[in-house]
Each structure stands twice: as C-alpha cells, then as structure tokens.
Design a protein around this ligand. Structure first.
Ligand code: SF4
Length: 484
C-alpha cells in the first residue's frame, strides 16, 4: 500500500497530544516574545529538551526584559546556560545577538528565513523553526527527527536534512507546514526514536509505516527480533602500528574476542592489496580502507557490521588527506569518525602541522554534529591532563603533552564533547600507549592518547567505555565504548 501522508498526520496529530511538548513550543506557549523563542531555539540545538528548558528558565530570569542580554558577558552566559550542548559556542552567539539585531534589523527579530540565517548561531533549521513558532508563518523546518522519519516513511529519499527540506517544500501539502515539525519532533523523541524505535506501540505500525531501513526495538519473547539486528552497540578503536605486524601477533583473535559492531584501525601502514584475504573479507563485516599515499605509513580502516549510508574519505583538505588519517561512516542516526592525529614529533618539529590538523578535524566534527550525533574514535596523539600519563612533569614540553596540544583537547571538551572514558573512570594509571623501550608496558609507564569522544546528544545511550590493556599486538591497546 502506498504511504499516505494524510493518514499518518491525522493519526499523529491525535497521538502527540499526550506527549511532552517540545521545549521551543513550550517557550512559545509561555511567551509570545520572538526574541525569547529565538534564544530557546538556539539553545535547543543538540541538547535534550529538559536541559534546554532549565537553561531557558535560568537565562530568562536574568534578562527581563530580553534586551538585558546585551549586559551579560560571554563568561556569565556560559555559566548560566551550562550544560546545554556546545554551551561555549552558544554563549558566544548569544553575546553577539543583540548587536547583530541592532545593526541589521533595528533590534527586531526578523520574520523570514533569509534574514534570520544572518544572525549568529542561526542555521536554516533554527530560522525555519522561529518563522513557524514565533510568527505563525508556514516554513519547512527539518531537523534530524523530521529527516529521519520522512525517510523511514519513504515520503522522501534524501541524504541530508537540507535535501529533505527542499523535497518537502516541493511535496508536503501547505496545510501541514505549520505543525509538522512539532508533531514529528515529539513523536521522534518518544516513539520513533533514532535508536530502537518503539514500533511495538506505534499507531503507524502494521499498515501505514513501511519501516524503511528500521531495526525495531527488541521486545522480550519476540523471537523475530532476537538476532543482533544492525544496531551499533559496541565500537572498538585500535592503533595497530602496522597491520601486517599485528596480524602476526594475534590481531584476528583479538578482533573476534572484542566482538565489535564497528572496529576502527589507525596506522595500518599497508595497502589493502598487501593484506591477506582472511583479513580483507572478515565474515559479517564490510571493510573500508584509507591508506596513506606514502607506502608503509599512517592510514586508517574501518570494519562495520552495519552497512553505512555513505563513506567520507579524509577531512576535505589536501594538506592532510594524502596521509589517510580520517575515515567517516555515515549511518541514519550518527556519524562514526575514525581519526589518526599526527604526532608533533621530537622537538615539536611537526607541531604546526598537528595543530592545523586538530583545528580542521574539530571543524569537520562540528559540521557533521550539526546534522546528527557524532562518535569520534581514534589515536588523538595527545594526553589531555596530568592524570593521563605516568610522568606529566617530565613531559610538559614533549610531543603529545605540550600546552597547545592539550589546549586543543580543552577546546574539544569545552565545546561539549564528552571524553567517554573519563565520563566513567577518574582513576590514574589508565593508559593506551607504552613505549617499546625501557620495559614501559611491564612497568605501566604509559600515556592515554586513544579516545572515544561523543557529542552530548549521544550521552544518554552510552553505557560504558573501556581500555583493553590486556590485548597485545601493538604498542597501543584497543579502546571501546558500548551503547544501549
Ligand atoms: S512503525 Fe516504527 S519506524 Fe514506523 S513510524 Fe512507527 S516507530 Fe517509526
């Protein structure tokens, strides 16, 4: 039966009346002030509704009337809105907002998308939402829920939220433009969730929804769902320091033992055709390779049980991409980014190159995080804090612990990304790399330089993060995370 948008919207319109109201609608119901709605919308990006609602309450207490925003410094704003996702960036946007409105729009919030996107921190999604909610004007506001659900229904077949917006502008009947975003956000948060949607209790199941590319939530006793499905639960990252050498040292046994849905490798130092078939074609996995142009150097690879929608090779910057250091898999609900950061080299000879890579990598991560959740795994080649290496004082000016490298890690966590291992474990002596010299591994004189970092939106599905220091075969050991 072809999918009917009218039937779906009629059922959902009734259904979501019992659901929690999305935070921006809530702010709109409490205040008709477009300025407050604009602020709530900026804060809500990549942040859970309850966190946004609390931040709005604290902020609106301080800025009554809203023009008071101009009197708050970035540091004060950071303090007030913490812990919304990317609170540092957002505090900067809010601090610049009154001036931008004054200069461009005579201190009024504009009511059209093209004007709104000129404001700091306002992308198309935010602009469309403000036009709809603050001004009651029809606009097509597409966030990750709308993009995902419209594709599950097969109503559009698109790869990005922007493409979905364009497709919906041409196809979605105008009578739904005002309400469909609120309905689908509420529905996407409560029932048609990005991971394991509740098809078991969905009003659209069993007739209306074609469930394209969906793995429904496992229900106890539901034999049909007892296989592993294609949900990504466990991800492993390992700098193998030469895949051919690691193979001789039990790589395939470790691979089987760790039993990951995604297995990311750094420093493979090989071309795929230099590797044996048993490795290139591991049963149940698709393999993606990104070797460096220079033979026997650097390079990354990813094995994935779940087929990605798209694979991105590199960071899109010629200065770095010949070294094969970034390999990204896009799935419908998240990006997995495998990164191998350069070493700053003795005497910090390559520090400038490394810092340039750091900056480009963070911009790349930020860009993808605007679209959907991001999970970044790899060898970051930096120990963040003194607790992350055995001899911090002796290494203060050395590669991997120099102040500028560490400052970049501050920037990453300051932007709201989560160092998953430290999220669970504050113990010293937890390392992922040891020098081959001086029996460093036996004495546990090591460094924690391999990480999994996730965006705040992924935090509530994270259940563990681990270092597998019992696994040999490289001077690094594997690290892993598990999701619900
Ligand atoms: S049936 Fe499942 S996939 Fe389809 S809309 Fe409902 S929850 Fe989403």
């Amino acid at each position: 039966m072809p999918f009917s948008i009218d039937a779906a919207m009629a059922l959902l319109d009734k259904e979501v009346r019992h659901y929690q109201v999305p935070v921006v609608d809530l702010v709109a119901a409490q205040s008709k002030d477009p300025f407050k709605i604009l602020i709530a919308t900026i804060l809500s990006a990549r942040t859970k509704d309850e966190v946004t609602a609390a931040a709005c309450r604290r902020l609106f207490k301080r800025i009554e009337p809203p023009a008071d925003l101009a009197g708050l410094s970035v540091a004060e704003l950071e303090k007030i809105i913490y812990p919304v996702g990317f609170f540092r960036n957002k505090a900067g946007y809010l601090a610049r907002l009154p001036g931008a409105l004054r200069e461009m729009f005579d201190s009024r919030v504009p009511d059209d998308v093209d004007s709104l996107v000129k404001l700091p921190g306002v992308g198309r999604k935010t602009a469309n939402l403000v036009v709809t909610i603050a001004f009651g004007k029809p606009a097509v506001c597409v966030d990750t829920h709308v993009h995902r659900i419209m594709n599950i229904w097969g109503y559009v077949r698109t790869e990005t939220p922007l493409a979905t917006e364009m497709a919906l502008r041409a196809k979605l009947p105008k009578k739904y433009w005002l309400r469909f975003n609120s309905i689908l956000v509420a529905f996407g948060q409560a029932t048609c969730r990005p991971v394991s949607p509740h098809c078991d209790r969905c009003v659209l199941a069993g007739g209306i929804c074609p469930q394209i590319d969906v793995t429904p939530r496992k229900m106890p006793g539901n034999k049909k769902n007892e296989s592993k499905g294609d949900a990504v639960k466990k991800i492993v990252s390992w700098n193998v320091n030469g895949l051919r050498a690691a193979l001789k040292n039990g790589f395939l046994d470790a691979f089987a033992e760790l039993d990951a849905d995604i297995f990311a490798l750094q420093e493979i130092k090989a071309l795929p055709d230099q590797l044996p078939d048993e490795l290139r074609n591991i049963r149940g996995y698709s393999a993606f390779w990104y070797p460096a142009q220079k033979k026997g150097y650097s390079g990354t690879a990813v094995f994935s049980r779940r087929k990605p929608l798209r694979v991105l090779y590199g960071l899109g910057d010629k200065a770095f991409d010949h070294e094969g250091r970034a390999l990204t898999l896009e799935f419908d609900d998240f990006y997995f980014i495998n990164l191998y950061f350069p070493n700053a080299q003795p005497g910090l000879k390559r520090l400038d190159f490394k810092l340039a890579f750091d900056r480009t990598a963070l911009q790349f991560i930020d860009r993808l995080a605007q679209e959907k959740s991001v999970v970044v795994g790899g060898d970051f080649n930096v120990a963040h804090k003194p607790i992350d290496l055995a001899n911090p004082q002796a290494n203060e000016k050395n590669p991997g612990f120099s102040p500028p490298e560490r400052a970049w890690m501050d920037e990453v966590t300051g932007a709201g990304y989560i160092d998953t291992f430290r999220h669970f474990n504050q113990e010293p002596g937890q390392y992922t790399w040891w020098s081959y010299r001086f029996k460093a591994r036996e004495k546990n004189i090591g460094w924690r330089i391999d990480y999994f970092v996730i965006d705040p939106g992924s935090a509530d599905r994270l259940v563990s993060a681990a270092i597998h220091d019992n696994v040999r075969g490289s001077d690094h050991c594997p690290v892993s995370i598990e999701f619900k």
